[in-house]
Design a protein around this ligand. Structure first.
Ligand code: FO1
Length: 338
């Protein structure tokens, strides 16, 4: 079976880890293997140049989480990380001092930056990095082209225009997310370069050949939404032969983690499991979803979602550990047969 999943950072990575566990059969004698091949299309809208290094937060979070190198406490970056270089850079007063640049993580960014400078594509670089981490999935960037999410906010300095209205500026997503904790109301998101970005090699094929397409519980706006904004990807999903199953990132009216509510607010979507399903739309109706999984706390929205033309089930969606996440993945797999 071929499964293709779109993934952002922490939530998406943890879901894929559960999916891989669900697909991996280990026999008493230790033999076994996975009964399916999984391709993950990773969001690169969060990517940023930091101190001359190209950082790909969502690709690295998938790679480290599945490769066993992730910091379980933070959900991003490396286990047992130190931040000596970061402190030294701050000592020189160079910005961005707010970005958590880990010493071990720097090695990944150095390899990526040098390889890109040598002319390798992000797809090739990601494959090379994954050769070390062995994530057990094929990790593809959504695009090899620059497509960087910026957030339009009122100028934090309080600057105003001639008529006294707050000046609006666009800041990099990472600055909004890390320095301002997404607390600055976002007027809109601008993905710089998205209009000319092309799906990375293998992305469209992974969608067209999939027996199942999954939207894990990643941020529907700045992670899944950014991947869908790459010209060609949403259309490929709409016309894909495999069923498209989404897992709600909103439970009981709030994001399970992260700040999806700040993002949904910016695009005028209510922070609820049903509203996100409606935002993605029913495939039968020109949208993207065939199935939407909501948490048991949101069982009351199942009928509403079904009325949209999207089949819907309420199951436990808290990814408390790999086993719980594997059960969520099992529910997605059932959609292939139903
Ligand atoms: N998230 C933070 O909240 N603070 C940080 O300092 C931070 C640094 C960082 C460095 C590398 C990396 O791969 C991820 C990092 N993240 C940090 C997470 C990142 O900002 C978000 O996870 C994604 O961009 C959104 O999914």
């Amino acid at each position: 079976m071929r499964i293709t999943a779109l993934a952002g950072g922490i939530g998406g990575s943890r879901f894929i880890r559960g999916l891989r566990a669900q697909l991996t059969t280990t026999h008493p004698d230790g033999s076994g293997g996975t009964t399916a091949e999984v391709t993950v299309i990773g969001n690169t809208g969060d990517d940023i140049w930091v101190h001359g290094l190209r950082v790909c937060p969502d690709l690295d979070t998938v790679m480290y989480t599945l490769g066993g190198g992730i910091s379980t406490e933070r959900g991003w970056g490396r286990e047992g990380e130190t931040f000596t270089a970061k402190a030294e850079l701050a000592g020189y007063g160079v910005e961005p001092t707010w970005f958590g640049l880990g010493d071990k993580d720097i090695a990944t960014h150095l390899v990526r930056t040098a390889s890109l400078a040598a002319g390798y594509s992000l797809t090739e670089v990601t494959a090379a990095l994954c050769a070390r981490w062995q994530p057990g999935v094929t990790l593809l960037p959504m695009s090899d082209d620059r497509a960087e999410t910026h957030v339009v906010v009122d100028d934090p300095s309080g600057a105003r225009d001639d008529s006294g209205r707050p000046m609006q500026i666009a800041i990099h997503f990472q600055e909004w997310w890390i320095k301002y904790r997404a607390a600055l109301p976002a007027h809109s998101f601008a993905i710089i370069g998205i209009d000319t970005a092309k799906p990375a090699p293998g992305v469209i094929e992974a969608i067209e050949n999939a027996d199942l397409i999954i939207f894990p519980p990643s941020n529907p706006v700045v992670s899944i939404g950014t991947i869908l904004a790459v010209p060609g990807i949403a259309a490929a999903i709409r016309s894909a032969t495999g069923p498209v199953v989404g897992v709600s990132p909103i439970v009981g009216g709030a994001p399970v983690r992260g700040m999806a509510d700040s993002c949904l607010q910016a695009i005028g979507v209510e922070t609820s499991a049903a509203a996100v399903a409606a935002h993605y739309g029913a495939r039968a109706d020109g949208g993207l979803l065939d199935v939407w999984l909501v948490d048991e706390q949101d069982a009351d929205v199942v009928e509403t979602v079904r009325a949209l033309g999207i089949s819907c089930r309420a199951i436990p969606l808290m990814m408390t550990d790999v086993a719980a996440t594997a059960l969520m993945a099992a529910e997605c797999l059932h959609s292939v047969n139903s």
